[in-house]
Structures are given as C-alpha cells and as structure tokens.
Design a protein around this ligand. Structure first.
Ligand code: OSB
Ligand code: MG
Length: 371
C-alpha cells in the first residue's frame, strides 16, 4: 500500500439534540475527516476528538495540528503492507491516539477495498448483526429523560445507558427503575466521583444496573479496583483504557468486570482488536463505545463490534438520533429488534456523500507524496 495522498477536512454539523455529560453539553460537532489514497483506492476515517479537552486531552484544533505537523508528513509517501503497520510508523508520537486512529482506520478501509472484503471480515469479525444500546445524556428535567427512554425502548434498543453526576444520580435511577423494573440499564459518570463518594455509589447497587461506567478519575485504574471491591454493580472502564496493556492491568487488579472499547481512545483498529483479545483471554466482556460520530466513524464502530467478544449491546445507534442528514448512504439504521445488520460491500460498507461533505467543510488540507 503506497500512501499517495492524505486529505484532512474539518466539517461542522449540529446535533439533532444536545448531548450532556458530567463534563459539559455539546450542541454541535467539529469533526475532522481523513481521506487517504493508496494505489488509487480511497479510504475514509474520522477523528473522534471532542470540541474541547474534556473527555480526554484531545480536541479538534489540537488533533488537526498534530495530524498536520506530525502524523500526515510521517505517513505520506510510505509503503506499508497492511493498515495496521501504520501504527508502527506513528509510534514515536506519544499519545494523540484519536488523531492516529483517524489515519489508521482510513487505511483499514483502503486495505479492505483492495482485498474486496467488508472491513468487518478483514478484522476477523464473525457477527452478521450487532446488538445496539443508546447513551442518553443529562436532560433539563427527569421527565424529559423518561420521555427519551420511552422513545428509545419503543424503537427497539436493547440497553439504556444514562449519564450521571453528583446531583443527577440516585433519584434519577430510582425514577427510571420504578417505571421500568427489568430493562437492561446502565449509567456512565465520566469520572465525576471520587473515593469519598463510595457510600453514594453503593446506593447504585439497589437498581440492578448492568454496570456503572468510569465512576472515578480518567487516568486511574488502581483506585477503581478498590472501589469495585465495595460495589456489587460491575464497574466498566472507558476513559482509563488506552492500550491492551491497560486492559490487562485492569483485569489483574480486578478494577472492572466490563470494558468499553472506543477505537479512537485506543489509537486505531489494530490496538482495539488487541484490547478485545486481552479482554477475551481474561473473561471480560466488551462493548463498543461511541463519541457522537458521523456515519464514517459509526461505520468503523459497526465493523469492530462484529468481533466475538463484543457480547454486550454497544453505544452504536442509528444516524437519525444524531444528524438530520448523515454523510453516508444509506444512513445507519437500527432494526425494530435493536440490531444493525452488517453490510457486505468492500471497505466500511457505506458510501461516503462527498458532495455533502464538501458543503460542510470549513477547512481542508492535502498532503501528497513527492513522487
Ligand atoms: O463516555 O461514552 C462516553 C459521548 C461523548 C463522549 C463520551 C461518551 C459519549 C457517549 C455517547 O456516551 C455515545 C454515543 O452515542 O455516541
Ligand atoms: Mg463512557
């Protein structure tokens, strides 16, 4: 695979509904898209960094600068045998995993197209259909949240996850459980608690939750192991897991019983697959997290979710929950049973709407090989 050119674009799109977590509210996205060309074959990737450095350290302008000044110049003109090898080439840059993943994942799309395989098959995925859940943000009122849960359950989603933070937790969970005693329910704190909150977090045990996601610090594994020993509810780590090594550490320390894999957070599809494998070896089920992606990032998430140890419903849901018009054809659709069926076209399996992307583009830069 000769990397002939890389084009970065920033697109801006408003969300259909704001999304609020313990770290803040998002109303519109600023998304970096990566288009790579190898041997005349085009592949697409998406950088899932947020608009500000709140979920983790990465954010749109910073990721753009890192891609532009370091990662694109490092890769353009290279000859690699497989998409996964690009990670080796980018190794000397520390961190910046979301920026790296956007490039590596675009190359996976190319490799799959060159091999005339759907991406999920190239990754070794075995599922023809994946189970979908939804992540519902903090709302202006509990009534508004209950209304949203009702809508998503009616649409068929198999698991509801709600965002929590101090002041929006136990009472909210109690209201949900009194209305729906037996749905698959989980919550995500995005690091909003500390070990001083153990008694508060123990109250969550009353609600038969599938998991509580990332209750403590985003850079911690060890303190989660102390917390887990005080909780009946399974802890799921999200922010804390950057590598397969982190997943092994979390397993050894018994810091969690479930792991959320986000392709961007771990630096690309090859590391995501290694995290998956380590979890499988340790008997830890995984599910695919979301970062309010456009259709391109969503397609990569769908492909990843086809691997065998993705046994829990992911945060991978229909395009229309986020966008009035997505940038792929067709938009991602979810069946009345709450599943997404794998597409069989080569590559990410969805057609990229280049015309629409051009209209949404606010900046663009191309890196071309010298010869
Ligand atoms: O922690 O899973 C998270 C969105 C942005 C940042 C962090 C998270 C989320 C979500 C939304 O929960 C998942 C989605 O619907 O894309
Ligand atoms: Mg999370």
């Amino acid at each position: 695979m000769k990397i002939e050119s890389i084009t970065l674009r920033e697109i801006q799109m408003p969300l259909v509904h704001f999304f609020e977590t313990s770290f803040g509210r998002t109303t519109h996205r600023r998304i970096i898209l990566v288009e790579v060309v190898c041997d005349g074959v085009v592949g697409w990737g998406e950088c899932v960094a947020g608009e500000g450095p709140f979920f983790n350290e990465e954010w749109t302008d910073e990721a753009w600068a890192t891609l532009k000044s370091y990662l694109c110049p490092m890769l353009v003109g290279c000859n690699i045998n497989s998409a996964g090898q690009s990670a080796e080439r980018m190794k000397m840059i520390r961190g910046h995993r979301m920026a790296k993943a956007s490039l590596e994942n675009a190359l996976w799309d190319v490799e799959a197209k060159q091999k005339k395989l759907p991406l999920f098959k190239l990754l070794g995925g075995t599922r023809q259909e994946i189970a979908c859940g939804v992540s519902i943000g903090i709302q202006d009122s509990v009534e508004q949240l209950l209304g949203k849960i009702e809508t998503e359950l009616a649409a068929g989603y198999q698991r509801i996850k709600v965002k929590v933070k101090p002041g929006w937790d136990v009472d909210v969970l109690r209201r949900i459980r009194s209305q729906w005693p037996s749905i698959l329910l989980s919550c995500d704190a995005n690091s909003a608690y500390t070990l001083n909150d153990v008694e508060r977090l123990r109250e969550f045990d009353a609600f038969n939750l599938l998991m509580v996601e990332q209750p403590l610090w985003s850079d911690d594994i060890y303190q989660h192991s102390r917390l887990q020993s005080h909780l009946q509810t399974a802890i799921c780590l999200d922010e804390s897991i950057h590598t397969a090594r982190d997943a092994a550490t979390a397993a050894d320390l018994k810091a969690c019983r479930i792991i959320n894999i986000k392709v961007g957070r771990v630096g690309g599809l090859s590391e995501a697959r290694r995290v998956h494998d380590v979890c499988q070896q340790h008997g830890i089920p995984v599910w695919c997290g979301g970062m309010l992606e456009s259709g391109i990032g969503r397609a990569h998430n769908i492909a990843l979710s086809s691997l065998a140890n993705f046994t829990l419903p992911g945060d991978v849901s229909a395009s229309k929950r986020y966008w009035a018009h997505d940038i792929i054809f067709p938009g991602v659709e979810v069946s009345p049973q709450g599943t997404i069926v794998m597409r069989t076209e080569p590559g990410i399996g969805y057609q990229v709407d280049e015309e629409r992307i051009e209209k949404l583009t606010v900046r663009k830069e191309t890196f071309a090989a010298q010869n």
